[in-house]
Design a protein around this ligand. Sequence first.
Ligand code: SAM
Ligand code: F3S
Length: 437
Amino acid sequence: MTHKLYIKTFGCQMNEYDSDKISEILHAKDKIERTELPEEANIILFNTCSVREKAQEKVFSDLGRVKHLKTKNPEVIIGVGGCVASQEGKNIIKRAPYVDLVFGPQTLHRLPEMISRKLATNKPQVDLEFPEVEKFDALPKPQKKGPTAFVSVMEGCSKYCSFCVVPYTRGTEFSRPVESILIEIGNLMKMGVKEVTLLGQNVNAYHDEKYNMDFSSLLELISEIDDLLRIRFTTSHPKEFTARLLDTFEKIPKITNQLHLPVQSGSDKILAAMKRGYTAIEYKSIIRKLRSSRPNISITSDFIVGFPGEQDSDFEKTMDLINDVKFDGAFSFTYSDRPGTPASSITEKIDEQVKLLRLRKLQNQIKIFATDYNRQLLHKNVAVLVEGQSKKDPNQLMGRTDCNRVVNFSGEKNKIGKLVNLKITKIMANSLKGELI
Ligand code: SAM
Ligand code: F3S
């Protein structure tokens, strides 16, 4: 019998990366293939996110939706991984007793053994340790389709922002050894990858102890790989966005023309209560310096509205910051209390309706700046790395600009994996249209 794996991924790119690693580990061990249909699968996994309450509750409703598959076939294995697993641990099995496996972000490489133990003992298996080095050592060679790939360079977070669960669920910052990163990039390039996105909660906190190498040095090293065309990275933290990193941006053209730099708020009072470690002026100063070497750089960010104690005047400071910086994209959220975080015990909570009104106002403004940014690309010639067929129209190809805009255009499939020059002919809400020059 062929075994099939269904994984549903919630949350960030780190989780998407982990889900790909889970399928590579299970494929390397038992030739288990991935399926998009839970009904077809013998192993059903949920790779979860607990950054906001809604995401967490969604896991339990999704678990309820696959319960009947296990009633029909008791041999089906159901597992929960990621941040909800870290946070809830054994409680998941109490709340959903048909769950067989609970594994954290750092123990996904132990899944084959956990599955074997479950089959041998018929007892649920829980493994939520943080053996970081072991995880990277245990990863098999990547199976990659397409010219772009994620590569994790560091895990966890030691910033302890007062609203955030990540340091508790993913552990403190840990940098992957540089050799291991270079081997993974080398393997990906053998499979045709031309662009890598370096991943981590705070990539600019990267530090390889053996070689005393920081994130700038890592970028320099990776940029020397001849056939690698582009380097992206996410997420950076403003507190560690050093002058050295600004110089690196200036001198390495392979680093793409975009930066995602979460600011969260424009009010110094709220930034201090969030324990972000910078002021609005310090944030703006980073952007100003960056734009002096890269005037057209795309700047995107994360925002939280309705943090406890956020007055109208604080929110207006966030809007002022948005109007100053002119962010051309953002992930924005209403504040959500997370259990065990310092912010959850601040009593001055903001009314949900007020939070939603602020969110809408913020999102509308960002949309205007995003459209302005796209508009300046109209009729311009841009270089696009062709990633594959367009999702909406398989007769079209899809690629991304240096500044991370999706462009759809007509072209032969042999252009996939190549850098092509396009003229932008149309601007749409979430993508652009272009034609080959
Ligand atoms: N490493 C990133 C940084 O430098 O800020 C943040 C990673 S966090 C997983 C992703 C985003 O989720 C945050 O930037 C923040 O905007 C949002 N977030 C985290 N905790 C939240 C909470 N309790 N309520 C609402 N949004 C939250
Ligand atoms: Fe969370 Fe702040 Fe780290 S938002 S991931 S604790 S930088």
